[in-house]
Design a protein around this ligand. Structure first.
Ligand code: ZN
Ligand code: ZN
Ligand code: FE
Length: 765
């Protein structure tokens, strides 16, 4: 960083070389340096190199000092400075400050910018009738616009993007070359004369330009579904306040019950139906613009948008096309759900989209700028403990997590559900965008394509491969095959160890630390299904200290889909199956006897210590949910119904072979008694949460005493549950423990590849 005293030359003038790494290319950095240099009376030069920019700054010592100090403070809004290093160099006596051509240097880490939401300046021009780009749906500048999703290869120059086919008109070219222009070196720069164009296709007509957008808006107002091509893929849009329209979209898409994301033009519009807090506001209008989960505040939005949830997933326009589409008083909010059938990858190509979405959409609002890489909307939940990223994609990717460790070059392939993979280069861990569940061939192809593409654009050739221990994960099989083909070493990493390592490295912990990992499923080293674990973890290894008592999962995967099975398992163990509650009265006795035989004979009934299955059981017993339509549904609904009631149920804790066993069974005695006493299920759900938190807090306190460790990392999908997250955080803090949570990657399996990538090089040693 900046040295405190500068060595003066004879005339009191000095020359320094300043090297800045981070996202400083394609974000207006050199023009910024140029302006800053002039305002501080600095002469010299600036140029891009593979890993950043180099500045040679010469001037009076106090001017150079002020210039260097202003660099990080006044940098352009979307620049991300990783490091600044300064050294004195021989005096040259330049006469002016100039930008000199880029130099490619081998070996430097390449940092590419994520896509950036339309900036305030561009939005103003978009709606200014006097502007050359008035209502032009592809307006952008150095501070905003597409980046990651249009990059075909590096360096990031227009010919290496999907903007290559569009030749800039003289006016755009002049802006591109003018150092004082906001569009200086803006690679996607375009205008109505030379840039991409929209087209609306519906049954009997094809429209272009302003008419296309007007017609699309009209179709939406009339209750139709329109497929809209965005930055990283297609959305399916309809009027979010029109119940029949939303229901139709839902039915056609086959997305039975999951919440649908919505988009509104402004914070004022959002405030009419959702609770806005400061974090939410900041996220909604910042440069990333993820989907933000906000508590529902009024029933203006159609019931079918988010039937299971207390939250709406809300975003604001992040492309000019979105701004234009929503520029109509009749549209308070649009459903903007990803353009795919359930769980398939996003549609990105025009023809492919028409084929795949033809039965869902009544019309297609498309354009002729290709999407090189698909990228879903990111999802963030603001909580009392800061924002939790639940899906990390557009706006975040491919910005790296800086691990401050030398990881070398690792490819970590992630888990099976909510897959992301991770490529490392020294300290930088580049997580991929959310890929999805690797269940079908299409997603698996997309996964492999994305790995190849990210390797290409970041120029990272992995030397080590990390994978989950689960032998049946398709990601695991891919990793082992790739390792064999390329003659590389492959290292298996236990699921929950990876979860905890990810949280530790994000928070810069040295380890060992305590880790509390709670999720649905992770392959345990004893062959059981783990999912509610307290570990003592370093990066190279871990030891299991505590876990939820094992219960059988009758039918394996089927028990994950059918929470009622877990309800019956827990009640049977407590001898509660004959109690007079709705769950027991409705139990299919024949089916249950069959399951019991499976359990007794040990047929397809793996043992599990899973937090997810415990939540499932509670959901079933409370009559909230008997069958999961999507992963985690029942568990999410238990949180959604919970009130703020106080009180806890019993649980047990014992020690067996140096392991602390948390027995949740007794909770069900209390739950059944409350049900029989006619207590409201919201209150019971709250008490269950309180008990779950209390049980983990007690086990963590024991583990802390046993090990003398004070730092605790939380990870796993269960920490998306705000009651668990904030409740346990508070209890452990009261016990004098220091708690660390995820900030940059999701606590769910979307963050797993980061943990794999930091553990694998240590385990290899
Ligand atoms: Zn802009
Ligand atoms: Zn132009
Ligand atoms: Fe997990």
């Amino acid at each position: 960083m900046v040295e405190e005293t500068l060595i003066h030359s004879d005339q009191g003038r000095v020359r320094f070389q300043v090297t800045i790494t981070g996202i400083v290319q394609g974000v207006g950095f050199r023009p910024f340096i140029h302006r800053l240099a002039r305002s501080h009376h600095i002469v010299g030069s600036v140029y891009n190199f593979t890993g950043g920019v180099v500045i040679e700054a010469e001037g009076r010592a106090e001017d150079v000092d002020a210039f260097i100090r202003a660099l990080p403070e006044e940098a352009p809004p979307i620049a991300r400075i990783e490091d600044i290093s300064v050294r004195e160099v021989p005096f040259v006596e330049d006469s002016e400050f100039v930008i000199i051509p880029s130099r490619e240097t081998p070996g430097g880490t390449i940092l590419l910018s994520p896509d950036v939401a339309t900036c305030a300046d561009c939005t103003r021009e978009l709606f200014d009738p006097a502007d050359h780009r008035y209502r032009y749906p592809f307006i952008n500048c150095t501070n905003c616009g597409p980046r990651f999703t249009i990059i075909e290869s590096v360096p990031y120059d227009r010919p290496n993007t999907t903007m290559a086919p569009f030749t800039m008109c003289p006016q755009c070219q002049a802006e591109y070359e003018d150092i004082n222009d906001r569009r200086y070196h803006a690679q996607p720069n375009a205008c109505p004369v030379c840039g991409p164009q929209v087209e609306l296709l519906c049954a009997d007509e094809s429209l272009g330009g302003a008419a296309a957008i007007r017609r699309a808006t009209q179709l939406l107002v009339e209750g139709h579904t329109v497929a809209v091509k965005g930055l990283g893929g297609f959305h399916l849009a309809c009027d979010a306040c029109n119940e029949p329209a939303v229901r139709t979209l839902r039915e056609r898409k086959g997305r039975e019950e999951k919440s649908l994301a919505i988009m509104s033009a402004s914070l004022e519009d959002i405030a009419t139906y959702a609770e806005l807090n400061d974090t939410g506001r900041e996220l909604l209008v910042g440069p990333i613009r993820p989907i933000v989960l906000l508590k529902k505040a009024s029933p203006i939005i159609a019931e079918s948008v988010a039937p299971d949830s207390r939250y709406y997933g809300v975003m604001t326009p992040y492309t000019p096309l979105h701004h234009l589409l929503l520029d109509d008083e009749r549209l308070l909010a649009l459903v903007m759900t990803s353009g795919n059938l359930s769980e398939e990858p996003l549609a990105t190509d025009n023809e492919e989209a028409q084929q795949r979405l033809g039965r869902i959409a009544d019309a297609f609002l498309m354009h002729n700028r290709d999407i090189q890489v698909g990228c879903d909307d990111s999802v963030v939940r603001p909580t009392a403990r800061g924002p939790i990223i639940m899906r990390r994609a557009r706006g975040y990717v491919p910005f790296p997590v800086s691990t401050k460790k030398d990881l070398g070059r690792v490819l970590a392939v992630g888990a099976h559900l909510k897959n992301t993979f991770c490529l490392t280069d020294g300290p930088n861990a580049f997580l991929s965008q959310h890929i999805g569940d690797l269940d079908d061939a299409q997603t698996l192809d997309y996964f492999q394509w994305c790995i190849d593409h990210l390797q290409d654009v970041l120029r990272i050739e992995p030397e080590l491969i990390a994978y989950d221990l689960h032998p049946d994960y398709l990601s695991t099989r891919y990793a082992l095959r790739l390792a064999e083909e390329r003659g590389l070493e492959a290292v298996g990493v236990q699921h929950h160890h990876a979860h905890i390592a990810a949280c530790m490295v994000e928070n810069g912990l040295q380890g060992p630390a305590l880790g509390i990992a709670c999720d649905g499923t992770g392959y345990g080293e004893d062959g059981c299904v783990w999912g509610c674990e307290i570990l003592v973890a370093g990066y190279g290894n871990y030891q299991r200290l505590a876990h939820l008592d094992y219960v059988p999962l009758p039918g394996g995967a089927q028990a994950v889909r059918e929470p009622w099975r877990m309800g019956a398992v827990y009640l049977a163990r407590q001898g509660l199956l004959d109690e007079d509650i709705a769950f027991c009265r409705n139990l299919d006795q024949v089916q249950w006897r069959l399951l019991q035989q499976m359990i007794d004979k040990g047929i397809n009934s793996p043992l599990a210590s899973s937090a997810g299955r415990l939540f499932d059981a509670v959901a079933a017993v409370l009559g909230i949910r008997r069958v999961n339509v999507y992963e985690g549904q029942a568990a999410m609904m238990v949180e959604a119904v919970a009130t703020t009631a106080e009180g806890t149920y019993d649980y047990n804790m014992c020690e067996e072979n140096d392991l602390i066993i948390m027995e949740a069974g007794p909770m069900f005695t209390g739950i059944v008694a409350d049900l029989q006493a006619g207590i409201d299920i919201g209150c019971i759900a709250a008490r269950f949460h309180n008990t779950f938190v209390e049980m983990l807090a007690e086990a963590a306190a024991r583990a802390a005493r046993l090990t003398g460790l004070k730092q605790v990392a939380f990870s796993g999908g269960t920490f998306q549950n705000e009651l668990v997250l904030t409740g346990l955080h508070q209890r452990l803090s009261e016990q004098g423990l220091e708690v660390f949570v995820h900030k940059q990657v999701p606590p769910n399996d979307g963050g797993l590849s980061l943990g794999q990538a930091v553990v694998a090089p240590e385990r290899r040693k």
